[in-house]
Design a protein around this ligand. Structure first.
Ligand code: ADP
Length: 260
């Protein structure tokens, strides 16, 4: 993708990002000199085999895991130059998270999971929190489930509550790590649609780690990771091929070089 003078600035910009684990022989370079520019309103897919560094990259980009080297500029701020407190505030204010395991509180109803974010995260009044919560639950088709606890919700419903919790504060960024992996395809497709709507309607940048190639049509851009190296590809057919091979264990050395 090329950007001329009229194109807005990236909302998230990463350069030379590197993160490794362990020392000596046991050292793994999980993210190796990764760079990307993300723009508002985009759904960006991050694909690649298990262990290729996707979750690590997501954690570094979202301010959860400090890189060994490199820079993340989020809304113009150098995320890793902020103090821990400032970075936490940035995350609270601007980032929503959705994980494979939902991470809901067992003792709270669907409505309470969302209300908590606006009441305690933003200091909103009870009435305001209730109004915004009901709006989001309605949007996600969960109005009738508002008073149920996670144990009484299906996997897809739990994930929609988690999405609601991530989106209720209108974050600039939504980071979703394998949000559909625990769901059947039909439910997962619905979840991805909700994330895409969030990007479109609310101008959020949604970064989704996923391994199911059926999600590709829902994404504006697709990145592929292998052995810590990140590449963007605009060729859907080749990504599909890579993902297929990774599932069938066909050797794929050198595939990335063919992507461009
Ligand atoms: P993916 O999300 O693509 O499955 P990860 O980012 O989870 O990949 O992992 C990338 C590599 O980094 C893997 O080799 C993994 O074993 C390693 N790794 C990730 N987290 C840790 C950790 N906390 N300690 C040690 N190694 C880790």
């Amino acid at each position: 993708m090329t950007h001329d003078d009229c194109t807005p600035e990236p909302v998230l910009k990463a350069r030379q990002l590197t993160r490794s684990f362990g020392d000596g022989e046991a050292r793994t370079v999980a993210v190796n000199h990764a760079a990307l520019d993300l723009y508002a309103g985009q759904v960006v897919l991050l694909m690649g085999p298990s262990g290729s560094g996707k979750s690590t990259l997501l954690a570094v980009l979202s301010g959860l895991l400090r890189p060994d080297a490199g820079q993340v500029l989020a809304l113009g701020q150098d995320l890793w130059a902020l103090s821990d407190k400032e970075r936490e505030r940035f995350r609270l204010q601007h980032c929503g998270f959705v994980f494979q395991g939902y991470n809901l509180f067992a003792a709270l109803t669907a409505r309470q999971q969302l209300e908590m974010v606006v009441r305690w995260g933003e200091g909103a009044s009870a009435r305001d929190a209730r109004r915004r919560t009901d709006e989001v639950l309605e949007l996600l088709g969960l109005a009738k489930k508002a008073d149920l606890y996670p144990a009484d919700l299906s996997g897809g419903e739990k994930q929609r509550v988690a999405i609601g919790r991530a989106l209720i504060k209108n974050p600039k960024f939504c980071f979703a790590d394998e949000p559909t992996s625990a769901l059947d395809w039909h439910t997962g497709e619905h979840v991805i649609e909700q994330l895409r709507n969030a990007a479109r309607d609310r101008g959020a940048t949604v970064l989704v780690v996923a391994h199911d190639a059926r999600i590709i049509p829902y994404a504006d851009r697709v990145f592929y990771m292998e052995d810590g190296c990140l590449r963007e590809t605009e060729d859907e057919a080749q990504v599909r091929e890579l993902v297929l091979r990774q599932h069938t264990n066909v050797p794929h050395a050198g595939d990335l070089a063919e992507l461009h």
